[in-house]
Design a protein around this ligand. Structure first.
Ligand SMILES: [Fe+2]
Length: 385
């Protein structure tokens, strides 16, 4: 343990069912009385949106609220520009990001264009040429339990010029305040609860096994795995179970914090499956996770023993721990109703070569515990078919 590093856990997080009703307090503390609410186009129809709207009304802020609800499922540059423009038009003084990872990513990053209208997202390397001290305050409110974007300092945005996904990363992008309110997630359908829950689990497992030194995140990742073990299936099977919904919001937040350590090969396989085959990100992870675990464990026996312990599985020596962890993951995915096999979700054998080409270019596997080749990815995709 001789590497030089630094640790930071600065986000203020409120957690509890029904907390949304007191949203006026953090908004007031941050000086927000003309909020821009950023979400996708489906959210205004939901119960969660109504609850947030009601709370803003109670706080006397609905009249001065501006709504931007154009965020795409895989957010594009135009979403970010549109949100910044809505902020200016509404003379807003703060941002509420409401929804899944896409909405939170756009809400987070549009602040760069608000502070500097001349800044282009494609120039993300120039991000560090500025101090970014004038970003408007940002409150993140997730309505899904998966991405952990509410506690992340990066956004993934598809650039207009190249069509490529850019990861815009800067410590100043962190939310000023996060509200984790289970009552906003109860209307999420079972298949999305399952897919987003497995995304949270994958963040915890892949960050825990990433070789980057960060013992604080390791502890958080293991506890996150324990929360998934305790709550994921209940949240899928009993949508109104607030305790399980709250547990999954915590697990997702913990996964989001833990993946400061970066991720692994499952995410490198999942990203092309979303880009090329349009699979939901969480579903794509669910279809690849156990194959990657088996692959990694065959080369590094014992790697997942602590994952199995965190999930409450019992076993003998550490090599059996890998098997216990993998079986638990497979059992959970099946119990959540996710049909395994890429072919079952429309992926063709002919697409596997192209998928492997993209997976090796994806940066996540650089922190996989085992180094990967393009042919390794092809083998893994074949195993997952
Ligand atoms: Fe993910």
């Amino acid at each position: 343990m001789t590497a030089q590093t630094s640790f930071s856990f600065p986000t203020s997080i409120e957690c509890g069912s029904g907390l949304i009703q007191t949203i006026g307090k953090p908004l007031q503390a941050l000086g927000i009385d003309r909020p821009l609410v950023v979400c996708d186009r489906f959210l205004p129809e939901t119960e969660a949106f109504e609850k947030v709207r009601g709370a803003l009304q109670q706080a006397g802020l609905v009249e001065d609220m501006t709504l931007f609800h154009e965020v795409h499922p895989n957010p594009v540059e135009a979403d970010v520009c549109g949100a910044a423009e809505a902020f200016r038009r509404g003379t807003c003084n703060g941002i509420i990001g409401l929804g899944g990872g896409s909405a939170l990513d756009v809400a987070k990053v549009c602040r760069l264009l608000i502070e500097d209208p001349g800044f282009a997202l494609k120039d993300s390397k120039k991000l560090y040429e500025k101090a970014w001290n004038g970003l408007p305050p940002f409150v993140a409110i997730p309505t899904t339990a998966g991405t952990g974007s509410e506690v992340g300092r990066s956004s993934v945005i598809t650039l207009e010029s190249t069509g490529a996904k850019a990861v815009i990363f800067h410590p100043k992008l962190l939310a000023d305040h996060v509200i984790l309110d289970a009552s906003l997630t109860v209307s999420l359908p079972a298949h999305l609860t399952a897919a987003t829950g497995v995304d949270a689990l994958t963040h915890c497992i892949e960050s825990f096994t990433s070789p980057v030194l960060h013992p604080l995140c390791d502890g958080i990742a293991l506890e996150g795995i324990g929360m998934v073990a305790q709550h994921c299936l209940n949240a899928v099977q009993e949508p109104d179970n607030l305790e399980s919904r709250q547990g999954m919001l915590l697990a997702a937040m913990m996964g989001g914090i833990a993946f400061q350590k970066d991720l692994g090969s499952t995410h490198s396989m999942a990203h092309p499956l979303s880009n090329l085959c349009h699979l939901h990100h969480g579903l794509a992870n669910a279809l690849c996770l156990s194959a990657v675990m088996r692959w990694n464990a065959s080369k590094k026996p014992g790697l997942y023993a602590r994952v199995a312990v965190a999930a409450g599985q019992s076993f003998g020596d550490p090599a059996q721990g890998d098997q216990a962890a993998i079986q638990w993951v497979e059992g959970l995915i099946e119990a959540c109703g996710i049909a395994t096999g890429l072919a079952h979700h429309g992926v063709d054998e002919e697409q596997l070569e192209a998928l492997a080409d993209l997976a090796i270019q994806d940066p996540c596997h650089q922190t996989n515990p085992i180094s990967m080749t393009r042919d390794d990815f092809l083998t893994l995709y074949r195993q997952c078919l």
